[in-house]
Design a protein around this ligand. Structure first.
Ligand SMILES: C[S@@+](CC[C@H](N)C(=O)[O-])C[C@H]1O[C@@H](n2cnc3c(N)ncnc32)[C@H](O)[C@@H]1O
Length: 317
């Protein structure tokens, strides 16, 4: 999926050329990255000062950075973070909570369903349940292989920021015309492309992805970038309570927003700082939001060696 670039020129004057990463939050800071617990950091952020929160919390699956808790304990802990996130959110702001499935002895429990109540108890409104589809991952033998995660997009009020034009994508048939009615013969498509829908096909960060670091579950910068372009404006503060290696902060900085985040593990925090600085200098490798590569032609890798020539003719149907 290719994004259509906004024709508006970016105003870079508000962004300091020499990036300084601060540890204490101020709405004036270009970047604030805190090494420690997100609840401690959140306490230092004033009410209604953040436009957009994009995050992927720990999934309680026993990764290096988390202690596997009883599900109720995990949700109660997360609820505290969500309550605080709602407090710091501006009235025009949004929260995007990106989650997958909690797997317990082969049984999957979709975390977005469990998280929904915590947001509704704070009277937030769900605007989209975005399906992030990716094509690579573990192959399951006792159920279908999981190839999506979910982004719950909530707003605080009905007066929320939504810049559709910043994230339009090309239509399949841009040359289509009206065939009846008063506009017959005119092009029927929006000249700047179509709405990207609520199903996004963006590669996940696996070993050969150009953004890959040592983090086991960083999300791709293109995924956050779409949310940032659509749900915030230049110079707004974008916050990620579970920063990891800084993907949200990077997407904010390269799109002329201010970034804030907290990460509990020093090793990931240091990488986040390094990547943010590289991104600011234009030196970080970032996969653009372009369509996923589809192998074509005569490549031997895409020929099925188990089929005869005749069978192969029908292989693509
Ligand atoms: C799913 S990962 C997020 C990865 C991130 N989206 C990225 O692209 O790098 C969750 C992160 O939250 C961090 N974390 C876990 N508990 C935390 C806490 N209480 N406060 C701050 N960070 C925490 C973990 O160390 C981990 O890096």
């Amino acid at each position: 999926m290719r994004m259509i670039k906004s024709k508006k020129q970016l105003d870079l004057s508000s962004i300091n050329k020499n990036l300084e990463i601060k540890n204490n939050f101020s709405i004036e800071n270009q970047v604030t990255l805190y090494n420690g617990d997100c609840l401690d950091f959140l306490k230092t952020i004033p009410d209604k000062s953040v436009q957009l929160i994009v995050t992927s919390p720990p999934y309680n699956v026993g990764k290096l950075y988390e202690k596997k808790l009883k599900l109720e304990q995990y949700l109660a802990q997360q609820k505290q973070v969500i309550d605080e996130c709602v407090r710091v959110l501006r009235d025009e702001g949004s929260i995007c909570w990106e989650v997958g499935n909690y797997v317990d002895n082969g049984e999957i429990i979709p975390l977005d369903i469990l998280f929904y109540d915590a947001f509704r108890q704070n009277e937030l409104q769900l605007r989209n349940r975005i399906i992030w589809h990716f094509r690579h991952g573990l192959h399951c033998s006792k159920r279908f292989s999981g190839r999506y995660e979910v982004i719950l997009w909530f707003t605080k009020t009905d007066n929320y920021t939504f810049n559709l034009d910043a994230v339009r994508v090309p239509q399949k048939y841009p040359g289509k015309k009206y065939f009846k009615g008063s506009k017959v013969g005119e092009y029927s498509c929006h000249p700047n492309g179509k709405n990207p829908s609520d199903v996004w096909d963006i590669p996940n960060v696996k070993s050969n992805h150009i953004e890959k670091t040592i983090h086991p579950c960083q999300f791709p910068i293109a995924l956050v970038q779409r949310l940032i372009l659509a749900l915030s404006n230049e110079s707004d503060v974008i916050f990620d309570p579970f920063l990891g290696v800084g993907s949200t902060a990077i997407a904010a900085i390269v799109n002329n927003r201010k970034a804030a985040g907290s990460e509990i593990l020093k090793e990931y925090y240091n990488i986040a700082c390094e990547r943010v600085i590289l991104a600011h200098k234009g030196l970080l490798k970032i996969r653009p939001d372009i369509p996923v590569y589809e192998p074509q032609g005569n490549l031997s890798l895409i020929k099925n060696p188990f089929l005869s020539n005749n069978e192969a003719i029908y292989e693509n149907y």
